[in-house]
Design a protein around this ligand. Sequence first.
Ligand code: ADP
Ligand code: MG
Length: 471
Amino acid sequence: MQTVVQELWNKCLRIIREDISEQNFTTWFAPIVPIKFHNDTLTIQVPSQFFYEWLEENYVSVFRKAIDQVIGKNGMLEYSIVVDKGDRKNPPITFNLPNSASSSSNAIAQHVIQRNPFQFKDLDSLELDSYLIPKYTFDKFIEGDCNRLGRAAGLAVANKPGLTSFNPLMIYGGVGLGKTHLIQAIGNQIKNQFPEKFVLYVSTEKFTNQFVNAIRNNSIETFTNFYLQVDVLIIDDVQFLSGKEKTQETFFNIFNHLHQSGKQIILSSDRAPRDLAGMEDRLLSRFKWGLTADLQQPDFETRIAIIQKKLQDDGIHINIDVLEYLAHSIQTNVRELEGVIISLMAQASLTRKEIDLELAKSTLKSIVNDQEKELSVDNILDVVTHHFDVNLETLQGKCRKKENVFPRQVAMYMLKELTNLPLKSIGYHFGGRDHSTVIHAVQSISEAMVIDKTVEKTVRKLFNRFNIAQN
Ligand code: ADP
Ligand code: MG
């Protein structure tokens, strides 16, 4: 039997469905869960803040119409927004916000946060805080060929800290490939299963700073003793120990002590131990005692799975063509992939557009352009003057010698092709020449490129300096 609230909501859905496309319905309305109906107020649960904002931006009148018809003019709508999905022990955290089409007495300021998910502590005090970030879990760490060994070893360690032969466990890999996520996930899982264990996550940078402060304050012993209490020591980015002899020595002692007492050590590094320069041999050999596993760039399928997971966590559904486009376009690392997804969601809410292929393309293009800021007039002129070995004044001047005219025309051609500058502005950068001079230059170079292979090659080479394929 359906509950009253479900029945009411189904009626609303039938009305809403008439007003919007099937795809929008599936994306934005199917994931909504009706929670309760009380005092003419219908509370619906939405999967994320982003989702809520989107609905408020785009569907207020659709909601109003449905509420009017189903509940009546006094009907109100309230969102319950999931801000943290919770876990086995903790219920999800949600907070409630009125719909803006509801009565104005329901001010937004009334929202209640039921449980504060964040507790801040003084970062430098040596209290028993693990410095683990709850969102980094195994559940959110997508498995692929690129990380299978590291992930499996991480899970093994998490289930039996200090008791496997993976001690230390050393995870290495390039930037943005998930090292911090994985070693944090191990810490979180251990904390979950063995609450009595003292798990500590520390970046190598912080470890070094604490050590330097300890020297300054004459408190090396306190520093070392603190680390000797740890049951699971997670040290991120150990490549930063390189060249720091004193810190390495102290770390070596802590390492030995913990290892001998059966405590688990987990390390990350941006390169394999054999490639760590500036590191004492005895420390390096310790790193190799346990298991070393690398993280590689995710393959296509894994990238798809990662994007899907991220969007799912935000309660957003996108079509497979958009997914594939993104997975094909961003191949560097996961952090970059995430960055694009976030811009895409932001872009979608700003422009009130659906996340479709067109939006994905334009968002990606704007991000890429941002990274190539070097496409400025100055830089283009710089590339040309360097290549032809002329000075800037000559390039911009009036001298009609052939060896100066050609570079000048190439520079004009490049400005025309690579920037959105009007012809007049291009002329401006060459001592205020008029637009017909620029047109003439562009035509000359275009023709020369067809006739003369060396010209074509030169221009292509200059374009390549800006990472742009010439068409
Ligand atoms: P690193 O420490 O290697 O530079 P991070 O652990 O900070 O990389 O990862 C960068 C981002 O990519 C993080 O937000 C992380 O959650 C995400 N990420 C990396 N690998 C994965 C994966 N396999 N599944 C899901 N998210 C991932
Ligand atoms: Mg990291």
